[in-house]
Design a protein around this ligand. Structure first.
Ligand code: ATP
Ligand code: MG
Length: 503
């Protein structure tokens, strides 16, 4: 490989007028007789490279013309700025070397259903969308670490094998540990509490496992969660920490990944609004909203909008189907086929929304104090707000054993969920932890947990117990919210779902 003037696409702005060599893969190509336009990707971006007949050997010109999508190659040529080009620069090819030709690449740009793409995830990762999401994920994780590292938190790696169930036994994955049944961790929190009593402010960041049997767009069986835990903090302090933290990570992504957000069609103005203070509602206030007239009107109005969208999609689809029946060039047929796949999937989605609307309205109207907020309830509250919403003080019975009972109202706990706005829903769950030995023990017993497994956890209340708390933020949910991806399975390179583990 000719490496002398090797450049990366992301750095071409520093190489205008110079002769460089790019090494990458053929993303797309199009030919118009004497000129070929090759879009090349090299892991840092896309660049249009132009081969002109007569300027390179005929043999090479022909070889490039027949080169399949995703073939690997190097191209050499002069860099010029061109606003109309993807990425803003172009290369006028003077030489090229085909490294490994690819034939019949299974994923043509933009024309496959989600099932097919998930089965081909190892290849689909090369698509522009997945690449943008991967870049945003990278920034997000970097920003998360930076926030905690710069604010006096110490990173603690909590175990993945554990004997405990912190988040409900129904979602535990069991493993065989030398003949003993144990679990994959659902949260690092309990161990993190022990560490907070040593370091004061700590966080863990790792994979988390939950045997989620329901197929929702917000649940994976393996996801990544960052969890801070702080000694000497109350609920207000926690909300302030979460607010500063979310503001910081959103700001970093907006700063570093604006072009990726644009390509993904993210709602950038909505993200720019994410500033403190976020909205604050108690659970009781949220319940009142759900059962009130405002929600009824809101959902009725929404149903009207959905129906209008449905009509719109149906008209567009009928129109394309009509065009498809006529005499068309192959490229035009392919384009229509791809558009139809997208429109039909949008239509299917809007139909589901129309079907679900009355069900959600009924669930909201019949919501009873004491129940946990369901996914649809959260969505409704979230749709009604344009900034994140803290929902605090949930009924004790709906929440985990470790949450601190509110001493002013024994029916509720000092906890919060943070709902991302505009319909996305929960991204953070957190609480102040019960620091009283007797109250904690009675909660462990009430929930039928095996006390033996929790003796060490009780020790934290025996020896220098302090008010403390923390929260967990799901990485994939945060990415889905920021990018506008509908399903969190797109927000991790190799998603694990109940029915999907192959790649
Ligand atoms: P939900 O009610 O939506 O299932 P949860 O109450 O179980 O969430 P927590 O236990 O509070 O969630 O976990 C903290 C955060 O971890 C959530 O706010 C979410 O961002 C993320 N999270 C929880 N479960 C999953 C999952 N199965 N897949 C992806 N992210 C998850
Ligand atoms: Mg859950």
């Amino acid at each position: 490989m000719k490496n002398s003037n090797r450049a990366y696409i992301s750095q071409l702005k520093d190489n205008i007028g110079q002769q460089v060599t790019l090494a990458g893969w053929l993303y797309k190509s199009r030919s118009s007789g004497k000129i070929q336009f090759l879009i090349i990707r090299d892991g840092t971006g896309l660049c249009q490279c132009i081969a002109e007949k007569g300027k390179i050997p005929d043999e090479l010109f022909d070889a490039l013309k027949h080169l399949g999508q995703e073939s690997s190659l190097t191209v050499t040529g002069a860099v010029r700025a061109d606003d109309r080009s993807v990425g803003g620069y172009e290369i006028a090819i003077t030489d090229a070397e085909i490294i490994s030709p690819a034939g019949d690449y299974p994923i043509a740009p933009k024309s496959h259903g989600i099932d097919f793409l998930l089965k081909n995830r190892h290849l689909h990762l090369r698509s522009q969308r997945q690449w943008c999401i991967g870049k945003i994920r990278h920034t997000l994780i970097d920003a998360i670490r930076r926030f905690f590292n710069d604010n006096g938190f110490t990173l603690i790696d909590t175990p993945i094998f554990t004997a405990m169930a912190a988040e409900g036994e129904q979602t535990l994955f069991e493993a065989d540990y030398f003949g003993q049944p144990i679990h994959l961790t659902q949260t690092g929190q309990l161990h993190l509490e022990a560490a907070a009593m040593s370091f004061g402010k700590v966080y863990c960041f790792g994979p988390t496992f939950r045997a989620e049997k329901s197929k929702t767009r917000r649940h994976l069986t393996e996801f990544w969660m960052v969890e801070p835990e702080v000694a000497f903090i109350d609920l207000d302090g926690l909300l302030e920490l979460a607010e500063n933290f979310v503001f910081f990570i959103v700001k970093q992504v907006l700063q570093e990944n604006r072009s990726e957000l644009e390509i993904l069609g993210a709602d950038i103005p909505a993200l720019e609004k994410i500033k403190a203070p976020f909205y604050r509602l108690t659970y009781t206030e949220a319940a009142d909203i759900l059962t009130g007239q405002k929600t009824k009107d809101f959902l009725a109005n929404q149903l009207g909008e959905f129906k209008a969208q449905k009509n719109d999609y149906e008209t567009k689809i009928a129109d394309l189907e009509k065009q498809q029946a006529g005499q068309l060039k192959q490229w035009r047929k392919d384009k229509i086929a791809a558009e139809l796949i997208e429109l039909r999937s949008e239509l299917a989605e809007i139909n589901t929304k129309i079907e679900n609307n009355p069900k959600h309205a009924k669930l909201a109207a019949e919501f009873q104090w004491g129940k946990d907020l369901g996914g649809s309830d959260e969505t409704i509250i979230s749709q009604m707000h344009d900034k994140p919403i803290f929902v605090t003080h949930y009924p004790k019975g709906a929440k985990a054993f470790y949450m601190k009972t509110d001493r002013n109202n024994y029916k509720v706990v000092l906890n919060f969920d943070l709902l991302a706005p505009n319909g996305f829903g929960e991204i953070i769950g957190g609480s102040v932890r019960e620091d009283d030995y007797d109250l904690l023990l009675s909660r462990i017993e009430q929930q039928g947990l095996n006390r033996e497994n929790y003796e060490w956890y009780l020790d934290l209340r025996r020896y220098g117990s302090v008010p403390h708390g923390g929260f967990g933020l799901g990485i994939e949910r945060t990415i889905a919210w920021l990018t506008g991806e509908r399903h969190i399975r797109q927000c991790i390179a190799f998603p694990r779902l109940m029915d999907r583990i192959y790649i």
